[in-house]
Design a protein around this ligand. Structure first.
Ligand code: NDP
Length: 339
């Protein structure tokens, strides 16, 4: 059985979802309440592969909210993730994806040191960040959207916002070795890590996002921002493709102007309807088929019987593992969303 540990994007989002799902006691509550709330299984899932194989899974809501980081409620944030992992393990789930901020909190607060929680020994090999599949899907979205919208990668500048992160660094490595992209622009806050990445790649211009947007033909957004940023639409190159893989979304600005193509980044579409309710609450246009690539990774590991932490630690994603997860993604009927 596979598991998905997820969270909602804001307190307001959590309150409205709680109301819709019939958890009235959660709906009117503020952040303090969510800090205390235990993890819950809110969905049972059945997925069918195009090979005919059928698997079962569970969705665990961790009750973490990004506002906990802004309010410096770090203890509550880390407790949410550890408790959700313990809960998943107690359910007998073989492989569970740590969605969105779950894996970021795990790494940032060094939670791998916590192996014993009350009477439970945390078996970290039963968890995956899902970031290898997410990075693979984002790279395919770059390639396929360039083809669709007539941008030639060999003449293009691709900016990666969040370049030094787990997903961003893998995207940079892939674009560097697997495509003929003309220029890579590396964006993040910590300059030392940016120059380390530049020296690892042997290329890439380090820039601030405001300087990158006017020259980028493609922007891959994979920064771990608790809240999306406003961007100046008039500064964008035309045409350009913006692939927002953040959760919550990195871009707060809604963009509907000619020659600017916005893609829902890190999202896959399955070939067969999935039996679940959970994707209705995160505004997917086809919730029975569209899902986060990290969640799909735990499904793929379950389909293949690879009950192992396929994606783990920071900045260790290899091109070989992106190929491996990409091959089984295609085999089971998932494809990158190009909206
Ligand atoms: P990491 O924490 O490993 O990396 C985050 C990156 O963002 C770092 O390079 C960091 O560098 C940079 N960053 C953070 N804040 C800012 C900022 N304000 N401006 C510019 N850069 C910034 O995160 P992951 O790679 O694990 O995840 C990245 C994003 O992808 C998250 O939003 C996550 O929720 C999302 N995600 C989506 C998935 C999907 O299935 N679609 C799956 C998993 C994750 P620095 O701190 O130096 O700025």
């Amino acid at each position: 059985m596979f598991g998905l540990i997820g969270h909602l994007t804001s307190l307001a989002h959590a309150q409205s979802v709680a109301k819709d799902l019939g958890y009235d006691e959660y709906a009117g509550q503020g952040l303090e309440f969510w800090c205390m709330a235990p993890p819950q299984i809110v969905d049972e899932i059945t997925v069918t592969s195009i090979t005919g194989q059928v698997i079962q899974g569970k969705y665990v809501e961790s009750c973490f909210l990004p506002e906990m980081l802004a309010a410096k409620q770090f203890k509550a944030a880390t407790r949410k993730i550890i408790n959700a992992m313990v809960y998943a393990q107690k359910q007998g789930i073989d492989i569970t994806a740590l969605g969105g901020f779950s894996s970021i909190i795990f790494e940032t607060f060094n939670l791998s040191q916590i192996r014993q929680v009350r009477n439970i020994h945390l078996e970290i090999e039963k968890f995956t960040t899902g970031n290898t599949h997410t990075a693979y899907i984002l790279c395919r979205q770059v390639e396929q959207s360039c083809l669709k919208f007539g941008i030639d990668l060999a003449k293009a500048t691709v900016a990666v916002c969040g370049a030094t992160g787990d997903i961003g660094s893998a995207v940079c490595r892939w674009l560097d070795t697997r495509t003929d992209v003309k220029e890579l622009v590396l964006v993040a806050r910590n300059q030392e890590r940016l120059y380390q990445l530049q020296s690892e790649l042997g290329r890439g211009k380090v820039m601030a996002i405001e300087d990158a947007l006017p020259i980028a033909d493609v922007v891959v957004w994979v920064a771990s921002m608790a809240k999306g940023m406003e961007i100046d639409i008039s500064s964008l190159k035309r045409p350009c493709i913006l692939i927002d893989g953040g959760y919550p979304k990195n871009m707060a600005t809604s963009i509907q102007v000619p020659d600017v193509y916005v893609i829902n980044g890190g999202i896959v579409e399955h070939s067969i309807d999935i039996e679940w309710k959970i994707m209705n609450i995160v505004s997917m246009s086809a919730p029975a088929r569209q899902l986060f690539a990290c969640f799909a990774e735990s499904m793929l590991l379950e389909f293949e019987g690879w009950h192992t932490n396929f994606s783990w630690g920071r900045n260790q994603i290899t091109i070989e593992n992106m190929d491996k997860i990409g091959a089984v993604s295609i085999k089971h009927g998932f494809r990158p969303l190009i909206a």
